[in-house]
Design a protein around this ligand. Structure first.
Ligand SMILES: [Zn+2]
Length: 285
């Protein structure tokens, strides 16, 4: 299993940070959402890079009917992605509706299928999708039914059946959303988590790991925190992670999508400890 860590500002120019990754027994690469040439710089340094949601801007979510126009406008920077040899690129889905309250296309699965077709052709790579974190308070406004559908096991199943895309299982997005769905239904959080594991089984290409924040009385919030090795919530999430790994032979990449709010070298050192902990805790080769 490869463990990558998320890019942080300044990383591409910090040889101390990059050398630490190069010599690490626990970290294998960097996941970057950048499209300004920094990913290429890191690769030229001899470190593997994966791209995640590299077409920045809030509207780049796979259900957007306007993706064709965005791709046309930004052709040049998109061609840059081709210089990164990683076999797939991850994109978001459901964000427009869940976070920005925009309208869901009438036939979202068909729209997603069309957009994925365009991206595959343009990038000559496989595309993977990540579902959004649906926090409880996001149900206070907008199209609640659409929001719930876009994080549901059924939606994940529908997308995979129609597009054959790989799934990026973001443990916090799944957990936060499942807690919200459980609050609105007669299923328990554990039952919904099991349904998501089952819906994505065999199709998970990548895990995103980090710790959400628990607000008593409010529920969980997506927070991109490092794991707290002693907390019950970390243990609970890692039990889910173990089941995902068992169910997905094709899964070879974990990205520690964690914010440390530290400069690159310290970011790397903190996440190297996390990677060491996870390798032993999850018994990873
Ligand atoms: Zn993620």
């Amino acid at each position: 299993m490869d463990i990558f860590i998320s890019w942080v500002e300044g990383m591409g120019n910090d040889s101390k940070a990059l050398n630490t990754i190069k010599g690490s027994n626990f970290i294998n690469g960097i996941e970057s959402g950048m499209n300004d040439g920094e990913a290429k710089k890191i690769r030229d340094f001899g470190i593997e890079v994966s791209l995640h949601n590299p077409i920045r801007g809030v509207t780049f979510s796979l259900e957007n009917p306007g993706i064709k126009e965005i791709l046309k406008e930004r052709q040049e920077e998109i061609l840059d992605f081709k210089t990164i040899p990683f076999p797939f690129i991850g994109f978001h889905v459901g964000y427009l509706v869940i976070l920005y309250d925009m309208k869901l296309p009438e036939n979202p699965i068909k729209q997603i299928e069309a957009n994925v077709g365009l991206l595959k052709k343009l990038l000559n790579k496989e595309i993977a999708f990540e579902t959004a974190p649906l926090e409880k308070e996001m149900l206070a406004f907008g199209n609640i039914k659409a929001k719930k559908y876009l994080v549901s096991p059924k939606f994940i199943k529908d997308v995979i059946a129609r597009t054959n895309m790989g799934y990026i299982f973001d443990i916090s997005h799944v957990f936060v959303s499942a807690a919200t769905l459980a609050h609105m239904s007669n299923l328990t959080l554990n039952e919904i988590l099991s349904d998501v594991i089952e819906a994505s089984a065999g199709n998970v290409l990548e895990l995103h790991l980090n710790l959400p924040k628990e607000d008593l009385g409010v529920g969980f919030k997506d927070a991109h925190l490092p794991f707290d090795f002693n907390s019950g919530l970390t243990r609970r999430l890692l039990e889910v992670v173990k089941r995902v790994i068992e169910q997905n032979q094709g899964l070879h990449l974990i990205n520690l999508e964690m914010e440390t709010y530290r400069p690159p070298f310290y970011h790397v050192k903190i996440l190297e400890k996390q990677a060491e902990f996870l390798r032993s805790e999850l018994d990873l080769k």
